[in-house]
Design a protein around this ligand. Structure first.
Ligand SMILES: *[C@@H]1O[C@H](CO)[C@@H](O)[C@H](O)[C@H]1NC(C)=O
Ligand SMILES: *[C@@H]1O[C@H](CO)[C@@H](O)[C@H](O)[C@H]1NC(C)=O
Ligand SMILES: *[C@@H]1O[C@H](CO)[C@@H](O)[C@H](O)[C@H]1NC(C)=O
Ligand SMILES: *[C@@H]1O[C@H](CO)[C@@H](O)[C@H](O)[C@H]1NC(C)=O
Ligand SMILES: *[C@@H]1O[C@H](CO)[C@@H](O)[C@H](O)[C@H]1NC(C)=O
Length: 932
């Protein structure tokens, strides 16, 4: 019974519960469904038309982009990982207007590889900007691009695009900027481009374009910049330029243009930069250029321009740079140059100029470079030139200049190169001790007399040959510790070669022939290995050199050092050693004590205030690092860098492996302004470049500074090159890639970020490789962080063997030091070992135009012999790397190419070596500069 009664009761209970539950659900869901109902009922009518159209548009746009994405090479597709789904307005590189139409497509420097064939341009009718520059796109530019009628900027520069420029581009009537430079486009420029009525900037440089410029360009009335350099254009300029009244920049360099310089090139009187290096222009400078007071830079060297130079140019108040070398100008230099108050560089060498150098030149007070060599100038050097305080490079060689060298030259503290060779100069050589930056001095082939001065700058090249110098060689010459090449031949010098010459450790070339010298030669490498001719026709030189008799034993090796002196020297030496030992012991014990202290107090350290700029979602903490490295135990040490010790830390909590660099503590000074310090590092953590080791963040407190970097498993370039086994795997393609990577990183840091960063210590130790042999430069910006800490700074001076000799002595820090180090690293990569003095030797052999040994060495002989010689395409690239490392060495550093130019050459241009690799000599590679 009970069970009979119970059952219905239970059922009732269950249904009651179900009811309650349902009620609850209704109460909860009612408002939701209500709002749902209400919103949908209000917006429905609008959504239907607008929304559907929008969705359709977005779908069309996204489909077009995704289709293109899938047509790209696999690695490029992964670079566009945000390109998924159907809302392209949020994708990387895309911007839309209010109606979700794509208006900007900017994927510059993504390294994308593929063609434009599959990009459906008609899907983006409102596009204003299309920037795909600095990628690896190849194939033709599609005709369909001409459909983008709103387009205002088209930038496809620095890719590998081929074929002709499509005629349809003439339809882009709103186009203001068109950049197609640094590709391999061919054919002629379509005349349709003359229809681009809005065009303001046009750059077609560095392609294979041929034929003449179309006459229709005369209609480009808004054109401000026209850059056509490095193509194969020929013929005369076919229009008068009457309508190009806004032209500011005209660059025609390195083509085969003929005929006259256009008569109205400066008709609008706004022309600032006009360059036409290495063409076949003939005839005089046109009147409009003569009156063109807006000019800032003019480079017309390497043409056949003629006319009286004295009447061809006016006064240009803004002019900074004028280069007219290798033309046929004649006549006397006008005094107008002195009135160009902003002129810093004037080069008119290798023309047919005569007459005197006017004292008016002394009024061009900003003049840095004056090169009027290889002309027919006579008269004396005006004293006034000695007052040009900024003068860096003065070249008057190969003229008929007579008289004395003005003694004021000795006050030119910025002078780096002085070449007065092959003239009729006479009298005394002035003391040049105040010219501290002077590294190249050539006074050969004159009639200079009396003695060699006691003081020179920090010379690397000294050529006083073919003069009437007499007396003994001064002892002080031995102080020239950087001297690499010394030529005193064909004079009347007598006496002994000073013993101080032993100190000239850099000396490599020496020529003392045709003098009246006697006695022993210094026993250094330069003297031992010099050829016979270097010492012939003297009175009685002896020593270890080839072809010389050994010195008789009675003559002491050091005629100027007596025995007493020797004993004093030995005592001093011993004293020095003892002091050194004390210092080393002291320093080590202090360091050890410090280390112990630090180890004992990790907790205390942690509790003191330290601040972090983790860009790593805040997970990393000082403790994690201490834990992971077991309080910086040696077994986690993976390297000792220029600034500190590097540990590998596997941060278990965060699941990351990082490299931690433990630096020396910073001084109170730099920590006095923690805000500036944090923002400095903050900026460094923002840097994102494929070839720069990522700095994740830092941790700092008074006792230590930690920098936390991305960890790279490949190790350093130095380590790979030093292991025969790894070096063999490191093939030519990989090596060229590494050089490209390093160049790209340096270019980025020097030129592409808002505040340029100089590395200061580029070496093969600082180039790390990942598992795919991609280069990553480490320690960027470290110099900058430490910059404020001067005591730390002075102890560091770059890595030996990677520092430019001409910069090693100046404390001035600029990107030139990085450029030099890059050249060393590039050579090291292809040679498989450090190039030693090769760079300085080559630069000097060029400067003194001697056919010395390294000049004639074949490139293939210095390449890393552990690999088979490169062939085909990569052979060309290896030659290009060598060329970039060795070219343009004779020029003063500020005229050598920047890292940006170097990187562009490496990444964007297909280089074809004029000679097969087997025939290229190092001398061939050391070509003159030819960059604009
Ligand atoms: C320049 O434009 C005018 C009309 O705007 C046209 O008649 C002329 O043919 C054009 N000149 C050239 C050389 O294309
Ligand atoms: C200059 O422009 C005018 C009108 O814009 C045009 O008629 C003329 O043909 C142009 N001159 C040259 C030389 O192209
Ligand atoms: C150039 O200047 C000279 C003298 O100042 C003047 O006589 C001449 O008309 C000017 N020429 C032009 C084309 O402006
Ligand atoms: C000369 O050069 C200085 C510095 O570059 C500049 O500020 C000045 O405006 C220039 N003067 C003229 C007349 O162009
Ligand atoms: C030294 O100068 C003389 C004369 O100028 C020249 O013939 C010789 O080749 C030079 N020596 C070297 C090593 O350059």
């Amino acid at each position: 019974m009970a069970s009979l009664l119970k059952k219905p009761l239970r059922n009732e209970l269950i249904s009651y519960r179900v009811f309650l539950l349902l009620l609850l659900l209704v109460i909860i869901l009612a408002p939701v469904s209500l709002t749902l109902a209400s919103t949908s009922s209000i917006t429905f009518p609008f959504d239907d038309t607008n929304g559907k159209a929008k969705v359709a548009k977005e779908r069309k746009q996204s489909e077009a982009l995704l289709k293109w994405k899938t047509s790209l090479h696999i690695k490029s597709q992964s670079l566009l990982s945000s390109w998924i789904g159907s809302t392209p307005c949020n994708w990387v590189g895309i911007s839309c207007d209010n109606s979700e139409s794509i208006v900007h497509l900017n994927l510059s420097t993504y390294g994308l590889k593929g063609t434009l064939h599959n990009l459906s341009f008609r899907s983006f009718p409102n596009l204003l900007t299309l920037d795909l520059s600095y990628n690896l796109l190849y194939g033709p530019i599609p005709q369909e691009l001409g459909i983008l009628s709103s387009l205002s900027e088209l930038d496809l520069s620095s890719n590998n695009l081929t074929h002709a420029i499509p005629t349809s581009l003439g339809n882009l009537s709103n186009l203001r900027n068109l950049y197609l430079c640094e590709n391999q486009l061919s054919g002629s420029i379509p005349q349709e481009l003359g229809m681009l009525g809005s065009l303001s900037n046009l750059d077609l440089s560095s392609n294979n374009l041929t034929h003449s410029i179309p006459a229709s360009f005369g209609n480009l009335t808004k054109l401000a910049t026209l850059i056509l350099h490095k193509n194969k254009f020929s013929g005369p300029i076919p229009f008068k330029m009457n309508n190009l009244t806004r032209l500011k920049i005209l660059d025609l360099c390195y083509n085969q243009f003929t005929g006259h310089v256009p008569e109205n090139v400066c008709i609008g009187r706004v022309l600032e930069k006009f360059t036409a290096i290495d063409n076949h222009f003939i005839g005089p400078i046109p009147q409009s250029l003569r009156n063109c007071t807006s000019l800032v830079r003019v480079r017309l060297q390497g043409n056949q321009l003629s006319g009286n130079i004295g009447e061809s140019f006016g006064v240009y108040p803004h002019l900074v740079y004028m280069e007219l070398s290798y033309n046929n100008f004649y006549g006397v230099l006008s005094t107008n140059w002195g009135k160009c108050q902003n002129l810093t560089s004037l080069r008119i060498s290798n023309n047919d100029i005569s007459g005197k150098i006017s004292p008016e030149f002394g009024k061009a007070i900003l003049l840095h470079v004056l090169d009027i060599s290889s002309n027919r100038l006579d008269g004396e050097i005006p004293e006034e030139l000695g007052r040009l305080a900024f003068l860096v490079d003065l070249n008057l060689h190969n003229n008929k200049i007579s008289g004395n060298i003005p003694s004021d030259f000795g006050m030119l503290s910025n002078l780096e190169q002085l070449n007065l060779a092959e003239n009729n100069l006479s009298g005394l050589i002035p003391e040049l001790g105040h010219c501290r930056k002077l590294w190249y001095l050539n006074l050969s082939n004159n009639q200079l007399s009396e003695h060699i001065p006691f003081q020179f700058g920090n010379l690397q090249v000294l050529d006083l040959s073919q003069n009437f110098l007499m007396e003994e060689i001064p002892q002080q010459l031995g102080d020239l510790q950087a001297l690499v090449s010394l030529n005193l031949s064909h004079n009347s010098l007598f006496g002994f070669v000073p013993s101080t010459f032993d100190r000239m450790l850099s000396l490599t070339y020496v020529d003392l022939s045709y003098n009246r010298l006697e006695g022993p030669l210094p026993n250094t490498k330069a003297f031992r290995e010099a050829p016979n001719e270097a010492f012939r026709n003297n009175k009685g030189l002896c020593g270890n050199a080839t072809g010389l008799e050994a010195c008789p034993i009675t003559i002491s090796n050091y005629p100027h050092v007596n025995r007493g002196n020797k004993i004093v020297k030995i005592i001093l030496l011993l004293l020095g050693i003892i002091i050194l030992i004390f210092v080393i012991v002291g320093v080590t014990s202090i360091l050890c004590r410090r280390k112990k202290k630090a180890r004992n107090k990790p907790k205390e350290a942690h509790h003191q205030n330290f601040f972090t700029v983790w860009s790593y979602d805040g997970k990393m903490l000082y403790e994690n690092i201490i834990e992971a490295t077991e309080n910086f135990d040696e077994k986690h040490c993976i390297g000792v860098g220029g600034y500190g010790i590097v540990y590998k830390a596997e941060l278990l909590a965060a699941g990351h492996v990082v490299a931690v660099k433990k630096m020396h503590p910073l001084s109170n000074e730099s920590m006095a302004n923690p805000k500036a310090f944090t923002s400095e590092i903050g900026a460094l953590t923002e840097i994102r470049h494929r070839d720069i080791v990522k700095l994740h963040g830092f941790c700092s407190h008074p006792r230590c500074l930690l920098l936390v970097y991305e960890f790279l498993e490949g190790g350093s370039l130095e380590r790979i090159l030093s292991s025969d086994e790894q070096a063999k795997d490191f093939d030519w393609v990989k090596r060229v890639n590494v050089v490209k990577g390093v160049a790209s990183a340096l270019s980025y840091m020097h030129h592409d970020i808002s505040y340029p960063i100089i590395h200061r210590d580029i070496s093969s130790k600082n180039v790390l490789l990942d598992s795919e042999y991609e280069a990553h430069i480490s320690d960027f910006g470290t110099a900058r962080i430490l910059n404020s800490d001067s005591s730390y700074w002075t102890s560091f001076a770059g890595t030996f063997g990677y520092t430019a000799p001409e910069l090693a002595y100046t404390l001035e820090v600029n990107e030139k030091s990085d450029i030099y180090s890059f050249r060393v690293v590039a050579l090291e990569v292809i040679m498989g070992r450090h190039p030693g003095d090769l760079i300085s030797l080559l630069s000097l052999s060029f400067a003194s135009s001697s056919t010395s040994v390294p000049h004639n060495v074949l490139l293939k002989e210095v390449l890393d012999q552990r690999l088979a010689h490169p062939t085909n395409k990569v052979a060309n690239e290896v030659v290009l790397v060598a060329k970039l490392a060795l070219s343009c060495l004779h020029a003063s550093p500020q005229y050598r190419p920047t890292m940006q130019q170097v990187s562009q050459k490496l990444t964007t241009r297909k280089y074809t070596s004029p000679n097969p690799l087997d025939m290229v000599t190092l001398g061939d590679l050391n070509a003159p500069c030819n960059s604009t």
